[in-house]
Design a protein around this ligand. Structure first.
Ligand SMILES: C[S@@+](CC[C@H](N)C(=O)[O-])C[C@H]1O[C@@H](n2cnc3c(N)ncnc32)[C@H](O)[C@@H]1O
Length: 275
């Protein structure tokens, strides 16, 4: 059996705590968690926008973790979802969660490295999404995008979300890790935990989409403003539903503005495979 990577070991170990912010926190520095709910709402808006209309469509949640996004698609009525992840621990968590919400949801669980998805045939899926970092954690982002492009069907979409490069610069300066800022700017690599991950500008990620033959149809920053607001102030504002709705509206209006995307919390890119 091949040796587990550090990433796989960490996610196996922490799978049961994954959705508990107090226990699952980066070791190297504490990434700002403010505005995550806005990142979720924004990326979800675009995930839904490109999802197939047919609820029987074959969907892949690549690097699915504990199945958070699959559950949201099941709630929309989708019934043919495959969850893949490098970590068996995370897949076990997803199985547990899914067994509680729907017995006949017909999900498949596959241990698979996003950079080499040999378990899946070419042109297999009607839609693929990979939320929050699997593409950057695998450390072979070019291969991962190529693989996603290989297994999605023609005229179908993939959605990828990862951390942006320039947002991390200010986080690292706040953490007084100037040597890490220099490393990030030179290599695109940063460390949430003990192992490396990639951070990209939209132009850099678009190059990989291009190389994989995917047309970039949407470039989204999630969020572009809210992560810059002090956490306590944002929490207070969010308590008022009307204000939160207005703030989300502002985000949705500006999140595709390319001058803002590279400073966003997360980068979401949607690509289309052409015949
Ligand atoms: C931050 S979590 C996100 C999980 C889920 N997509 C979500 O948004 O809730 C990152 C996930 O990527 C998985 N992962 C890391 N490296 C991977 C790889 N090379 N191939 C597939 N999954 C990977 C981890 O095991 C973990 O479940």
């Amino acid at each position: 059996m091949p040796r587990k990577s550090e990433v796989e070991k960490l996610y196996d170990e922490y799978a049961q705590y994954y959705n508990n912010d107090d226990k699952f926190i980066p070791e190297t520095f504490n990434t700002g968690r403010a505005a995550m709910s806005f990142a979720d709402d924004i990326t979800w808006h675009f995930m839904k926008k490109y999802a197939p209309k047919d609820k029987k469509a074959k969907i892949l949640d690549a690097g699915a973790g504990d199945g958070y996004w699959t559950i949201k698609f099941i709630e929309l009525g989708y019934r043919n979802i495959t969850l893949s992840d490098l970590s068996e621990g995370m897949l076990e968590q997803a199985k547990k969660k899914l067994s509680k919400i729907a017995k006949k949801q017909n999900c498949e669980f596959v241990k698979s490295d996003i950079a080499n998805m040999k378990e899946f045939n070419d042109n297999s899926f009607d839609y693929i999404f990979s939320q929050y970092d699997p593409v950057s954690l695998c450390m072979k982002p070019k291969n991962a995008i190529k693989e996603l492009a290989r297994i999605v069907k023609n005229d179908c979409y993939i959605s990828v979300v990862l951390d942006t490069k320039f947002r991390r610069v200010s986080e690292l300066i706040e953490a007084k890790q100037i040597d890490k800022v220099i490393e990030l700017l030179k290599t695109n690599i940063s460390y949430d935990f003990t192992f490396p991950q990639y951070n990209f500008t939209w132009e850099e990620l678009a190059t990989y989409f291009d190389l994989a033959g995917l047309e970039v149809v949407e470039i989204v920053g999630a969020p572009v403003f809210m992560h810059q607001i002090k956490e306590d102030i944002l929490k207070e504002l969010e308590e008022n539903n009307k204000i939160r709705e207005i703030l989300l509206g502002i985000e949705l209006e500006y999140c595709t503005n390319k001058t803002l995307v590279n400073f966003a919390g997360h980068l979401q890119m949607i690509g289309k495979k052409h015949s």
